[in-house]
Design a protein around this ligand. Structure first.
Ligand code: PMP
Ligand code: GLN
Length: 376
């Protein structure tokens, strides 16, 4: 059998969550909340189940949901948009990213991304016969724009950014965008794929979205996920926004990848969007971040800044010299806490001796985990 993805195995998230289960460990590895979802969402779900929403939704999405997302984007970022031609409901951000890469990237072309990078970017690039160009971030885990400038070539078709960033928890700032704008001004043929699934989870500093960058929107595809925003990762539903001419191409892939997305979930979220304020999400997770960081103060881990997402990076060099993968294995087996080793997000598994904890957990879970981690 000739594999098209010879270097792809089971993802680290599946592996670590299974290890946590097998060893009865507290799971701070895979990024998903362990607290109940909003009762309001459940009551809308119960009501909608009885309505006529069980057949195929329109291919681009439930019109009311498209409309409500359009308003959310306008309200949040002041971006004028036409929901029926510029927004697409996807089966999670994963599908949005896959469809976008397949729609634009061809054999022999190059796609640039920054390492550490989320795991669903590289496989669709390889499947389309293109070459992933993975460039390292700076020591403070911010994009290195100088390396980017060096690596852009006539073959560059797409640049992928992720902001707020998983796994680092860093966010991009004004100067990052002005550099990117300068670079892309010269290359209107390059598509910017901006993964903003944690767009509403930032803390002291506000999230700057590509939606608000007038010089970039016309060549950008922006991806978001309701899994993150509404604590429903299992629903696998998200959206993307792109100019009409780009979205037309993405729809061609989307309609043969999934055709349309779960109709009940779309109807429920269309209604739920009228009842919630996404601005509450940042403060909600900031409390969790602060609680976890305080609990960890007595530990030997060194915590890096977390400006957004629900992830906290930690250095463990005061505890062990082991590789991050081996360290995470011993953390689960001997100390009862599961985390994610950062090397899996890097080209050639480069090991920075960093691990990632997810703090999207109820307070008791965070307290029990920190108690164990402080004993190491
Ligand atoms: N991008 C990033 C950075 C992520 O952390 C995730 C994980 N949720 C995704 C994309 C995929 O999102 P979804 O679960 O909506 O497919
Ligand atoms: N995005 C989640 C994380 O970073 C994982 C999602 C998945 O398991 N595919 O932990």
């Amino acid at each position: 059998m000739r594999s098209k993805l010879p270097n792809v195995g089971t993802t680290i998230f599946t592996t670590m969550s299974k290890m946590a289960l097998d060893h009865g460990a507290i799971n701070l590895s895979q990024g998903f909340p362990n607290f109940p979802v909003d009762p309001k969402l459940i009551s809308i779900l119960e009501k909608k189940t009885l309505e006529n929403v069980h057949q195929y939704a329109p291919m681009p999405g439930n019109p009311e949901l498209l409309e409500n997302i359009g308003q959310l984007i306008y309200k949040t970022y002041n971006r004028n948009n036409n929901p029926s031609s510029e927004i697409l409901i996807c089966a999670g951000a994963t599908e949005a990213i896959f469809a976008s890469i397949q729609a634009f990237v061809s054999s022999g072309e190059e796609v640039i991304m920054f390492d550490p990078s989320y795991d669903c970017y590289e496989p669709p690039i390889i499947l389309s016969g293109a070459k992933p160009i993975r460039i390292p971030m700076t020591d403070t885990l911010k994009p290195d724009w100088n390396i980017l400038k060096d690596r852009i070539s006539p073959k560059t078709r797409m640049i992928i950014i992720n902001n707020p960033h998983n796994p680092s928890g860093r966010i991009l700032e004004e100067e990052d965008f002005s550099i990117l704008e300068d670079v892309l001004k010269e290359r209107p043929d390059i598509i910017l794929l901006s993964d903003e699934v944690y767009e509403f989870i930032t803390f002291e500093k506000k999230h700057i979205s590509i939606n608000s960058r007038k010089n970039l929107v016309n060549q950008s595809v922006i991806v978001s996920s309701f899994g993150k925003t509404f604590h429903i990762t299992g629903w696998k539903i998200g959206y993307l926004i792109a100019p009409d001419s780009l979205l037309k191409e993405i729809k061609k892939v989307h309609q043969f990848l999934v055709f349309s997305v779960n109709s009940l979930a779309q109807a429920v979220i269309a209604e739920y969007l009228k009842h919630i304020d996404v601005a509450d999400l940042g403060p909600f997770y900031m409390k969790k971040r602060d609680h976890f960081r305080k609990l960890m103060q007595e530990s030997k881990f060194e915590l890096l800044p977390s400006e957004g997402t629900y992830f906290q990076l930690a250095k463990y060099n005061e505890i062990s010299n082991a590789s991050d993968v081996v360290f995470c294995e011993s953390l689960v087996k001997e100390f009862g806490v599961a985390a994610i080793p950062l090397s899996v997000f890097n080209k050639d598994s480069k090991d920075l001796k960093l691990i990632r904890f997810c703090f999207a957990k109820d307070n008791t879970t965070l307290e029990l985990a920190a108690e164990k981690l402080c004993k190491i």
